[in-house]
Ligand binder design. Sequence first.
Ligand SMILES: Cc1cc2nc3c(=O)[nH]c(=O)nc-3n(C[C@H](O)[C@H](O)[C@H](O)COP(=O)(O)OP(=O)(O)OC[C@H]3O[C@@H](n4cnc5c(N)ncnc54)[C@H](O)[C@@H]3O)c2cc1C
Length: 390
Amino acid sequence: MQGFAAGAALDPGPRGRAGMTRVVLIGGGHSHVEVLRALARRPQVGLRLSLISREVLTPYSGMLPGVIAGHYPASAAHIDLARLCAAAGAELRHDSVTALEPDAGRLRCASGAAQAWDLLSVNSGSTPGLQSIDGADGAGIPVKPIGEFLPRWEQLLTRLRASSPRPFRLAIVGAGAGGVELALAIEYRLRRVEGFGQLRLALIDAAPRLLPEHTPRLGQRLARILAHRQIEVHTGTRVAAARAGELLTSTQRIIQADEILWVTPASAPAWPASAGLATDAGGFIRVDDQLRSVSHPRIFAAGDVASFNSRGLPKAGVFAVRQGPVLAENLARATRGQTLLRYRPQGRFLTLISTGNRYAVAARGGWTAQGAWVWRWKDWLDRRFIGRFR
Ligand SMILES: Cc1cc2nc3c(=O)[nH]c(=O)nc-3n(C[C@H](O)[C@H](O)[C@H](O)COP(=O)(O)OP(=O)(O)OC[C@H]3O[C@@H](n4cnc5c(N)ncnc54)[C@H](O)[C@@H]3O)c2cc1C
C-alpha cells in the first residue's frame, strides 16, 4: 500500500468527545449526495460527518449528454456539495483520497493532509479503463472524471470554431449507453448547432454489438438512429493502440482520428486494493448485501466503485442513487451498533438514452419505445432529481 509520510499530522477529529463517531465519506457521487440529503433532513446525534471530494460541484452524468448537445448549461447538471454539506452539518474537504490505512482508521489525501475516521464510506465512481490500450494515456480525452472532461470539450469546441473549415474525424471508443449517448449528442451539437459539415464521427467497440449490456432490441433501435445520423459504427473492433492522429486495432487496421474520446468500460481506482480491501478482479470494492466491505466491516462502498457480492450490477447511476438511502440508514445504524438494512437491487430498471435532438429511446426489460415524448420524460426525471438538491 502507499506509504504515509512519517510524522504527518492526523486530523484530531472528535476522538475523546464521548459518543462521537467520525464518519468520513469519500467522493461526492450519486449515493453520497443521497446520504447527505437524508442526513440534512434527519440529523443523527453522535455522528460527526465529513466529505472528501475532488470536486465542490459534483456532476450528474444523466444530464451530461444534454450539456454537450447544448440543451443545459453545465451549472444545471451539477450539485453544489458545499451547500449540501452545510445543510447536513458536514465538513467538506476539497481534496482527493490517494491512500488508506484501514486497520489504523486513517487516510491520506493528494494535498498531503491526513484524516482519521471511525466509519468510512466510499462512493468515488470509476473512470474509463485504458490499461489495455497502448498509448491511450497520452492521447485523447477520457469522459471521466466529468469535471476534467467538460473543460476539454469546451477547448475542442473553441479549437473547431477557430479553425478554417476542413474535415475533422472524431473517434468515440466505447459503445455502451454512455458512448452511444455521447456520440449522438456530439453529432447534434457539432453538425446541427455549430454547422461543422465536414465532421466524421466513428463509434468503436470490441463487443460484437452495440450496448452489449442491454437487450439486442435496444441496440437495434439505436443502430438505426446512428446510421440515420451518419455515425460510423465499428463493433467487434478492439482498439489496441492510440497514436498521433490514428487508432490501431488488434487486427492491425488503422482508423484515422483527429481527436479521440474514451468511454470504455469502467475501471477502478488503485488505492482500495493497494490498501488491502477485498476487491473483485477489476479492483472494485467487494461489498455484502448491507453495502459493507466484505473484508473491513468499518468500511462501506456504493455506486460504481463497489462490487456487489450477491450478483453483478451494471455500472449505472441508477443503482448508485438507489443505494444512497440504504447507505445513509446503515451509516447511522452502524454508529449505534444496530442491525443494518439490506440493499435489494431492482431486477428490471428503466434505461433512457437521449439522442441529442430532444428525442430519446427507453427500455425496461424487453419493452422499448422511442420519441420526443421519451426525451421530455427523461428531461423531467433528470430535472426533478437534480432539483431535490437545490
Ligand atoms: C456520458 C455518460 C452518460 C451516462 N448516463 C447515465 C444515465 O443516464 N443513467 C445512469 O444510470 N448512468 C449513466 N451513466 C453512468 C454513470 O455515470 C455512473 O454509473 C455513475 O456516475 C456512477 O455514480 P457514482 O456515484 O458511483 O460515481 P460518480 O458519479 O462518478 O461520482 C464519484 C465522485 O467521486 C469523486 N472522486 C473520485 N475519486 C475520488 C477520490 N479519490 N477522492 C475524492 N473524491 C473522488 C469524483 O470526482 C466524483 O465526483 C453515464 C455515464 C456516461 C459516461
